[in-house]
Design a protein around this ligand. Structure first.
Ligand SMILES: CC(=O)N[C@H]1[C@@H](OP(=O)(O)OP(=O)(O)OC[C@H]2O[C@@H](n3ccc(=O)[nH]c3=O)[C@H](O)[C@@H]2O)O[C@H](CO)[C@@H](O)[C@@H]1O
Ligand SMILES: C=C(OP(=O)(O)O)C(=O)O
Length: 430
């Protein structure tokens, strides 16, 4: 086990290149199961979740060649089973993304319960409803056994009961491997869902409506290989914006996709953090900003609430809480999608933040408060990043334990923060 030891108070300044989007890389890796041809994926973040999914794919019989730290070449011609190993499945939420490809290509998938951040119940119904709409049967025991009819899956017109991100990705991958036209309505359309659709089109499908909540999938019986690059991670970009903002650093984040940052920048501006998108894709964070919360018209308290895209992304809610502790004023943070995500705020309170939990979904943050170093442990990926944000602006030394969770979603984060001036060390826990 390891911990991060951080000495706060240093402005984080310089230039940083965001890693590939964790939540795009995972379904894109799973897409390799859809074909017996080579799939090369570039800009794959070197994080624990991608490593875990690659191990799961190898266990199924996929060959994986490491071209470099962030590039893999895969081939699923010799996949020998459609039963995912339970120990491998429970390590990540994204293990369930093997279901759609296995079902489409081999007609069956046996899926143990997935793992992932413990931030709520995290229902799987949207996935299973999509598979049923395509004609599969679903038996829900210790494992979930999904079986296509002997005649194969059937294209359909399907309305999701909620715009589930991975549910949409599983539906897209399954439908892309079924000859004919499937319509997915009330679909999720996050940047990572868009990335999956673009890659499936490279593999031979024809998907219309990318970026909208209605996608028309013209599937084919045999998908081909491709060479694809993962888009930059807007959640990591938002995290770096907040790290700079709370320390007064001046930061250039290169290679950003402006459209993916519209709501992030709008919400952070509401917390007083200004940013500028440059023509070359750089997101510039001016230094020494005095963060002041913008109030609503009529001088009412404002709020930041997450929701399905293009709303504020759920995975930045914890980061917004940490940023808000350093902004003058009060703001309501409304985490609408996960009932347990906000429970981590007690860690920030122990560092001196003034946060009132109104109910499992809502917290009021009052700032600015000078935080002080403390010993905390990360319960999930984004809570861990929120603690890092608190630690880099706290007075004194902080220890963050369970960094394995932070490493699930952020590549070499300590190394990259040191390059921006942070006083952070990764220390073995004896
Ligand atoms: C590997 C991966 O890609 N994980 C992401 C994926 O998880 P995942 O795909 O599991 O999340 P879903 O989009 O299915 O749903 C997230 C949660 O929001 C709830 N919900 C969803 C839609 C809605 O309209 N109302 C509502 O309440 C769901 O019931 C669930 O509790 O999407 C989440 C939401 O962006 C992110 O936090 C996760 O990082
Ligand atoms: C919730 C997250 O990941 P996962 O769905 O993989 O647990 C996340 O990336 O913040």
């Amino acid at each position: 086990m390891e911990k991060f030891v951080i000495e706060g108070g240093v402005p984080l300044s310089g230039t940083v290149t965001p890693a590939g989007n964790k939540n795009a890389a995972l379904p894109l890796l799973a897409c390799a199961l859809l074909t017996d041809e080579d799939v090369t994926l570039r800009n794959v973040p070197a994080i624990r979740d991608t490593e875990a999914l690659l191990e799961l794919l190898v266990d199924l019989g996929v060959t994986v060649e490491r071209i470099d730290l962030n590039t893999v070449k895969m081939n699923a011609a010799n996949v020998s089973k459609t039963h995912v190993d339970a120990d491998l499945a429970e390590r990540i939420r994204a293990s369930f993304l093997a279901a759609g490809p296995l079902l489409a290509r081999f007609g069956s998938a046996t899926m143990p319960p997935p793992g992932g951040d413990v931030i709520g119940r995290r229902r799987l119904d949207p996935h299973l409803d999509a598979f049923r709409a395509l004609g599969a049967t679903v038996e829900h025991g210790k494992d979930i056994v999904i079986t296509a009819p002997d005649s194969g899956l059937t294209p359909c017109d399907f309305f999701m009961d909620e715009p589930s991100v991975m549910g949409t990705e599983n539906a897209l991958m399954a439908a892309a491997g079924v000859a004919g036209t499937t319509i997915i309505r009330n679909a999720a359309c996050e940047p990572h869902v868009q990335d999956v659709a673009r890659m499936l089109n490279k593999m031979g499908a024809a998907i219309e409506g990318i970026g909208s909540n209605v996608m028309t999938v013209h599937g084919v019986a045999k998908l081909g290989g491709c060479d694809h690059a993962v888009s930059p991670d807007h959640i990591e970009i938002g995290s770096f914006m907040a790290l700079a903002g709370v320390t007064g650093g001046e930061l250039d984040i290169t290679g950003c996709v402006a459209d993916d940052l519209r709501m992030v920048r709008l919400a952070f501006r509401r917390l007083g953090l200004e940013s500028e998108m440059r023509e070359d894709g750089t997101c510039h964070i001016p230094g020494n900003q005095k963060l002041v919360v913008q109030r609503d018209a009529g001088n009412y308290q404002s709020k930041i609430e997450d929701g399905p895209w293009p709303a504020f992304p759920a995975d930045l809610t914890s980061i917004a809480v940490a940023l808000a502790t350093q902004a003058e004023g009060s703001v309501l943070i409304f985490e609408k999608m996960f009932e347990n995500r906000l429970f981590f705020v007690d860690k920030l309170i122990s560092m001196g933040a003034e946060i009132t939990i109104c109910d499992p979904h809502r917290a009021i943050v009052i700032g600015p408060r000078q935080l002080r170093g403390a010993r905390v442990s990360s319960p999930d990926i984004r809570a861990g990043m929120a603690m890092l944000i608190a630690a880099v602006c706290a007075q004194g030394t902080s220890e963050i334990h369970n960094v394995r969770d932070i490493d699930r979603g952020y590549e070499r984060i300590d190394e990259r923060l040191r390059a921006l001036g942070a006083n952070i060390e990764r220390v073995p826990v004896t």
